[in-house]
Ligand binder design. Sequence first.
Ligand code: GDP
Ligand code: MG
Length: 310
Amino acid sequence: MKSENTAQGAEYRSGFIAVVGKPNVGKSTLINGIMGTDLSIVSKKPQTTRRNIRLILTTDSSQMIFIDTPGLHTPRTKLGEHMIRNAKSSIRGVDVILLMTDARNDKIMRLDEDILTQAKQSRVPVVLAINKTDLVRKEALLPVIDKYHKEFGLAHIIPISAINGDGKEQLMEVLEGMLPIGSMLYPDSMITDQTERDIVAERIREKALTYLDQEIPHGIGVGIERFKLNEEKEMYEIDATIYCEKDSHKSIVIGKNGTVLKKIGSDARQEIERVLGAKVFLDLWVKVKKDWRNSLPMLKTLGFTDKPRM
Ligand code: GDP
Ligand code: MG
């Protein structure tokens, strides 16, 4: 056990940290920075992280399990509702809530207020990280910090920049100190609870979103039909389907002469090869499933189950 190496006899700590906050505040960027990998997807578009993903950071002094939640927002579709349920259930049963906000907002957002109220009810301590401080003047932060402090009595308010790493060390120290004393909950070689299939599907979705830009905001899902290691050829054979909601979307995803789909496929394949550490044959299809975001069977197919993943 690593806890034997713990410095100055301090006890080993371990626990769950739910990272919550509005879409686009930088949750995934922060977690990626902490983990030193990009296992959680970052995108300029909100709501890229759909499922709760656990990322596990094991050090000599602690094991911190970060839960990257999909952005909380007003639900409009079943997928939206599912995301919120997921995010809310991720607040329950954690040891610390890391609420992230954008330093450019000087008002307390309704959603952040909801989270803080909920945290209070469930008696989970909150750390507030005010992110993107690289975009504002230091003086502008003071009234914001003051407001949160006065209205919610938050003891830990830490300005950070997930992009350049400012404040990260202090944040990590505070978070670690708030975890209960206990031994590792996962083997120290494990860094995520995502399966390879999940990772592959997310890569494809990320690439598709990159190429489709604003055109098909969030109406695509990715299903993995086949995921097979061909041992003879030492390569993975993967069949995947991109689901969209309308025929017109399908033609956009495919592009003229299939150019868009080809680009999505070749970019995704290269990344998947890096993640899996082997050659990949990727067969990518596009299908229309009208209203898939409101279809429970479809959500199940795509891995959005109703069971909380905790
Ligand atoms: P999430 O939806 O909360 O997970 O947000 P993301 O991590 O996907 O980040 C959303 C956008 O904000 C991305 O374009 C990031 O590059 C950007 N971003 C995140 N953190 C910072 C920061 O500290 N400073 C600046 N300038 N941009 C940031
Ligand atoms: Mg995210």
